[in-house]
Each structure stands twice: as structure tokens, then as C-alpha cells.
Design a protein. Structure first.
Ligand code: SME
Length: 151
């Protein structure tokens, strides 16, 4: 059986090369991921905009107060420092965590590199505990590589 994520990867490739603005492409990718994967309840990008600062980019889901995150703070800030994917199975057990909604139970943050330099990250929240498996991680790290040309 074909990997169910393969179709989504193909569609992301089409969006990346489409003739709309950078914001519209990233927003379309967030919407696609959120619509097509049932346990992806909030999908967004944080972009390195100033030294040691992440700024919220396009996203799909509820508005969040965390529009700027310093490196080191929360799950996103930790990934900005480690430059490695972080999967949090149960956010209630995290001391260094920035809550966007009481409904969020688990989270995955995947770094995006531009020419080997950390440039942005893909952040996904789920309302389900332990929602993110090794397959999600593999898929989303592939997506991050596809998106390199947008950063
Ligand atoms: N939970 C993240 C903050 C971003 S929201 O999930 C949209 C964190 O701890 O860094």
C-alpha cells in the first residue's frame, strides 16, 4: 500500500512552485496539512527574523499569543537552539512549554534549513496525547526539506 503521506508531499511540491505570494503558499501548506491529517489541529511556521528570535509566520488554526519566541523558550525555542526535531507526547509534563490553548495535548516541531543554516520551523499541535509517531516525524522532515527553497 502506498504511504498515505505521499500524495500530500506531491501536493506540497505543487504549492511550493505555484504562482502566488510567499505568504499564500505557506498558508496553503498549513491548510493542506491540517485538513488532510486528522490529528494535526494547529499547523504553523515560525521564522528566524532577528538574531535569536522566532516570529510567527503563516498558520492554520486558532490565533496564538505567541507571535515572537526567543531561542530557548518553549518547545519552539528549544528546537531553535538544538536544530533537531522535538516531539512532545504530553505537553502537561513540560516545564519549558508555551501554551497556545488548553486543548493542545501533544506537539511536534521540525526545523527547516536553508543551505544548512537553521531558518524556520514547522510547528504542529494535536488535541490528542501522543499523536505524533515516527511516521509523522519522517514525513514532516521530508516536508521541511521540500520547503527549503521557500526560506
Ligand atoms: N507550544 C509552543 C508555542 C507555539 S504554539 O504551539 C502555537 C512552544 O512551547 O514553543
Amino acid at each position: 500500500m502506498e504511504n498515505p503521506f505521499s500524495d500530500i508531499e506531491r501536493e506540497i511540491g505543487i504549492i511550493v512552485n505555484s504562482d502566488v505570494s510567499w505568504v499564500a503558499r505557506l498558508r496553503a501548506i498549513c491548510d493542506l496539512l491540517r485538513e488532510r491529517v486528522p490529528h494535526y489541529d494547529w499547523v504553523g511556521f515560525y521564522v528566524v527574523t532577528a538574531p535569536l528570535t522566532l516570529t510567527l509566520g503563516p498558520y492554520s488554526g486558532e490565533a496564538t499569543e505567541h507571535t515572537e519566541i526567543p531561542f530557548g523558550r518553549g518547545v519552539c525555542g528549544r528546537v531553535a537552539e538544538s536544530e533537531e526535531t522535538l516531539v512532545i507526547g504530553d505537553v502537561s509534563g513540560e516545564a519549558n512549554y508555551l501554551s497556545c490553548s488548553v486543548n493542545v495535548k501533544s506537539e511536534i516541531v521540525v526545523p527547516i534549513f536553508k543551505g544548512g543554516v537553521f531558518a524556520a520551523q514547522l510547528d504542529i499541535d494535536s488535541r490528542t496525547v501522543n499523536a505524533f509517531t515516527a511516521e509523522d516525524r519522517f514525513f514532516l522532515e521530508n516536508v521541511a526539506r521540500i520547503l527549503e527553497i521557500l526560506f
